[in-house]
Design a protein around this ligand. Structure first.
Ligand code: ADP
Ligand code: MG
Length: 348
């Protein structure tokens, strides 16, 4: 049986319908990421689950209980925001203990629970410090500890890593995932960063304009995008219309197709290719971007401009702009995608 269920959840601010009839289920212990562009309704949905934004219609169920009209305190949900929201005049310890004191937990018990959670989030030695004496990463760990200490049924995290620099971000996301697994804590994490979503999640709910357009494992969403929006948002897919598909792939299809940049290869002389590799097409390099271990080329082929990712091997030199080359397509990696009109196409 699912642990969290929403039924026909709907929320507007005045004339602005943020989401409508949102239905999903989440299992106990699952790590779900709400992923989508800025403004698509992620925070509003999360706040609705927490009881901070009342919904207009629909129901929220947790563990067989209808919590739609419960106050935030009654729900047993912990929340962490991007902005930490710590009390500046309280020490780390007092910030973490605050929720327990509100619940009138006995003082000995508070001391024990706070000390356990401080250990869990790796803040030992910082108990007596104030928020302004901590780094961003440490402050966010205090916020996480404060949410965890009350043993929530569900943990909600709204872009908790967005204000942190890349190194701390990577470390903390691993730490969050480890703690979540250890506690088997049902978690909904919000981000607009697809890499973060791919790395952390059991399942991703990809949102666009208030709708969950695809729900699935990171692998499913990456390799089988349900539509053009998903293909465009995940993995820099090339979207090719039916005339492009004919010209490039000799494929007769009424639909558009999507192919990832790493599924297009540059033909190497003398090498034998398998059946599922297309015949070569002549292209010209338009530009490139260096992305660390890969080089991302824009290549003009037939009437299309394609994104092609090649490994940045030290033994190979950069292919100069204006060079001609022959491209091959991995036909096993071509995904048909249905029509949706909110994406720009590479093939006109
Ligand atoms: P996201 O978190 O995906 O960036 P939000 O949930 O913050 O998106 O916003 C979704 C939409 O709801 C936006 O159009 C935003 O302007 C609107 N919105 C969010 N909060 C409020 C509010 N308190 N009052 C009015 N409109 C809001
Ligand atoms: Mg938001």
């Amino acid at each position: 049986m699912s642990y969290v269920t929403t039924k026909q959840l709907t929320k507007s601010f005045g004339d602005n319908t943020v989401f409508e009839n949102v239905d999903f289920t989440i299992d106990q212990g699952e790590f779900i990421t709400l992923l989508g562009p800025s403004g698509c309704g992620k925070s509003t949905l999360l706040r609705s689950l927490a009881g901070l934004n009342p919904v207009d219609q629909g129901e929220i169920w947790v563990n067989g209980e209808n919590i739609t009209h419960q106050s935030p305190q009654e729900r047993g949900i912990g929340m962490v925001f991007q902005s930490y929201a710590l009390f500046p005049n309280m020490t780390v310890e007092s910030n973490i203990a605050f929720g327990l004191k509100m619940k009138k937990v006995l003082s000995d018990e508070v001391t024990k629970l706070v000390s356990n959670v401080i250990e869990l989030v790796d803040l030992k030695g910082k108990e007596k410090q104030y928020p302004h004496q901590l780094s961003g990463g440490q402050r966010q760990r205090v916020a996480l500890a404060r949410a965890l200490v009350v043993k929530p049924r569900i943990l909600l995290l709204d872009e908790p890593l967005s204000a942190l620099d890349a190194k701390i971000r990577k470390h903390l996301r691993q730490q969050i995932r480890d703690i979540q697994k250890e506690m088997n804590l049902t978690t909904i994490f919000v981000t607009h960063d697809q890499e973060e979503a791919m790395i952390m999640s059991d399942r991703i709910f990809l949102m666009n304009q208030g709708e969950i357009v695809q729900a699935g494992s990171p692998e499913e969403i990456y390799t089988q995008p349900a539509n053009e929006f998903v293909a465009g948002f995940m993995g820099h897919y090339n979207l090719i219309d039916s005339s492009g598909a004919k010209a490039l792939l000799d494929l007769d299809t009424p639909n558009k197709v999507a192919i990832r940049p790493e599924s297009i290869y540059v033909k190497e002389e003398g090498r034998q290719y398998a059946q599922h590799i297309s015949s070569p097409r002549q292209g010209v390099i338009k530009s490139h971007q260096l992305l660390g271990n890969i080089i991302r080329y824009q290549v003009a082929v037939e009437e299309c401009e394609l994104t092609v990712d090649l490994l940045n091997r030290s033994s190979e030199r950069l292919i100069p702009e204006g060079s001609s080359l022959e491209l091959l397509f991995n036909l096993n990696e071509i995904q048909p995608v249905g029509a949706q009109n909110d994406t720009t196409f590479v093939c006109l």
